[in-house]
Design a protein around this ligand. Structure first.
Ligand code: FAD
Length: 599
């Protein structure tokens, strides 16, 4: 090993330590930001100008800052459905369009049309009112199914619904996960982060990894929506099922989603097996492995022939007497609803989240008793992050800069990897990634889904593209390649990708593949368009919450889903919002909706 290589490894490890410190600080801030009870819950908005000053209207900016728009009034933070209705009626009377921001974590312009830079009047577009449900984050109801009901629903042991949870749609995923954990329940699957709001997760069809697990819109059981005339409607499989079918992936076009009921499963723990291997090996075994494991994903290290594989499965973890990192009091209260109610009535908050106890079905809490999982302690979690994400991330960056060093660092990864026992824990701890990549690094991304039959071709194409465009399109592969299941949600990128229709050995679904550039907005569109064109040729479809420069018009969307699906979606949108109050220009063009003049 050359001296320069050793020096690079040393620099990488030093950088890792500094980065880890940043991560711990960021994660601390993040956890307080995400709490609906915290005064800092609205910090993102407070950083913006939420009051009109000198005639310049407030601004909304999304996660990567590529979509910023000006609004005609202060951003609205209703606290109840009645207040949402009032805001919407008031906006409509003023001739304003209405859009809702979730956590602002979509990188495409799905919240609002970007205001041209330097323009203070929203580019001459109609006035815009943005509202946020950051003050509507309560868990409202939990309904656990009886054992024989769950048996009949057992389409797949991974997909079993054991309960329904009803929440206010502004609830952040991190709080939902915490609440479910205390109730002995868990989401069936999730993506890589926990910042998003429930309505936002539905809106763009968020997915995790796992070829037998549903996307978020697929687990929606019912939704309550405030329409443009201020009325409140409920859409579910029983109540207006046709509208429900289309409105799950709503893109903010149907109205303000104020409540949602989600299908959830029992609390579960996962074990994550990590392996560093060659990309060739990964591709050779991908079909087999994605069928074997509950969750399966791999991270290709740009510029090398290596990949880091994460394969995750459910695991039984012995109960810890003191309840792990869940406060002991919380366990005690949880199993004694009257005590919990009494505590709340005198202003105590037994657990960190808010549950409307009067609405909670006590049998769902007491029987069967929830199993406190073994969890990663913050230190172990930090160490784990240090040893995996961070080293990996730095290897990626170094391999971009010095082609020969990345693989060398990577070869050390197996020695730095925590023992597999360290990677056992509560589902969200294992599935989602803490701070480093996602909070410290701002990046922008295109994500495409291709059917399983093109999975290996797509990955190989991507690798050769990265090699060919190493200088002009330097990829930072900080998103994994994930296997995903098909669904029946119209306009979901996974729509209709079921089973093996052509007998070529695939079991449906597809893979999600990201093109990520860190802080290189200048070249993003040009590079992403090359990737997108190739993915489109492989019957690929975009993630609506990520950027998709080549899919811009109604014709483009029809080419992806067929006119029948798109026209039905459009009809459902116009049925819910005939005057286009909830439309943006971009979405109007994308789905062939009405012109602004008719509003
Ligand atoms: C770091 C990072 C990691 C990510 N990882 C994943 C991943 O693993 N898997 C994945 O699939 N995606 C992932 N995404 C994409 C992200 O999950 C989606 O874009 C998601 O929709 C963002 O949710 P949000 O709450 O931020 O919604 P926003 O981005 O704020 O809004 C999304 C849409 O929902 C609408 N909306 C929000 N709330 C309401 C409401 N109450 N009523 C009506 N309309 C509403 C908005 O108007 C908009 O159209 C990631 C994004 C980032 C930045």
């Amino acid at each position: 090993m050359k001296l320069s290589h050793i020096a690079c490894i040393f620099v990488a490890l030093l950088g890792a330590i500094v980065w880890q410190i940043v991560h711990v600080v960021v994660e601390f801030e993040y956890s307080s930001y995400s709490s609906p009870h915290s005064a800092t819950a609205l910090s993102r908005w407070n950083q913006l100008t939420t009051a009109t000053t000198n005639g310049v209207a407030p601004t909304f900016c999304n996660f990567d800052g590529n979509v910023c728009c000006r609004t005609s009034t202060e951003v609205q933070f209703p606290k109840s459905i009645e207040e949402v209705q009032e805001v919407v009626r008031d906006a409509v009377m003023r001739g304003s369009r209405v859009r809702v921001s979730g956590a602002g974590h979509s990188m495409s312009s799905v919240v609002c049309d970007p205001t041209p830079r330097g323009d203070s009047v929203n580019g001459g577009a109609p006035p815009l009112t943005i509202l946020s449900l950051d003050r509507m984050q309560r868990v409202l109801d939990v309904h656990r199914l009886a054992m024989n009901d769950t048996a009949s629903l057992l389409s797949s042991p991974l997909d079993v619904t054991t309960a329904y949870v009803t929440v206010e749609a502004g609830l952040r995923l991190i709080e939902l996960n915490r609440a479910l954990r205390y109730l002995g329940l868990g989401l069936k699957n999730m993506g890589l982060i926990q910042e998003q709001s429930v309505a936002g997760l539905m809106a763009t069809g968020v997915h995790g990894t796992g070829n037998r697990l549903p996307s978020i819109p697929s687990i929606v059981h019912s939704m309550d929506v405030v329409l443009a005339n201020g009325s409140l409607v409920t859409w579910s499989r029983d109540s207006n099922p046709e509208m429900f079918r289309y409105a799950r992936l709503h893109l903010g076009l149907f109205g303000v989603v104020v409540r949602a009921t989600l299908e959830v499963t029992d609390l579960y723990d996962l074990q994550r097996h990590n392996a560093v291997t060659t990309l060739e090996q990964v591709l050779k075994h991908m079909h087999e492995h994605q069928r074997t494991f509950r969750h399966y994903q791999f991270w290709w290290v740009a510029g090398t022939k290596y990949a880091l594989v994460n394969a995750m499965d459910m695991v039984e973890v012995p109960v810890i007497a003191d309840g792990g990192d869940i406060p002991l009091m919380c366990h005690v209260f949880r199993q004694h609803l009257p005590v919990m109610r009494a505590a709340q009535s005198v202003g105590l908050r037994p657990c960190k989240f808010h549950v409307d106890l009067d609405a909670v079905d006590s049998s769902s809490i007491v029987s069967p008793p929830p199993q406190p999982p073994k969890v990663l302690t913050p230190l172990r979690k930090a160490l784990s992050a240090f040893k995996t994400d961070l080293t990996f991330d730095i290897a990626v960056r170094l391999s971009n800069m010095f082609p020969s060093v990345g693989p060398l660092i990577l070869q050390l990864l197996p020695y730095l990897e925590p023992e597999s026992e360290d990677l056992v824990g509560w589902g969200p701890d294992i599935l989602t990634f803490p701070g480093i990549n996602f909070h410290a690094v701002r990046y922008t991304e295109l994500e495409y889904f291709v059917p399983m039959k093109y999975a290996t071709t797509a990955v190989r194409w991507f690798v050769s593209f990265a090699e060919e465009h190493r200088v002009d399109c330097p990829i930072n592969s900080i998103d994994p390649i994930r296997t995903v299941r098909g669904d029946n949600v119209p306009l979901s990128p996974l729509y209709g990708w079921y089973g093996d229709n052509d007998n070529d050995g695939d079991n449906g679904g597809g893979i999600a593949l990201s093109f990520v550039l860190v802080q290189r907005d200048d070249i993003f569109t040009q590079c992403a368009s090359i990737v997108e064109a190739a993915m489109l040729k492989m019957e690929g479809r975009p993630h609506w919450g990520k950027r998709h420069p080549l899919v811009r018009t109604y014709e483009d969307v029809v080419a992806l889903f067929g006119a029948d699906v798109v026209d039905r979606y459009r009809a459902a949108v116009l049925d819910a919002d005939p005057h286009g109050v909830f439309q943006t220009e971009e979405l109007r063009v994308l789905f062939g909706l009405m012109t602004t003049t008719s509003h």
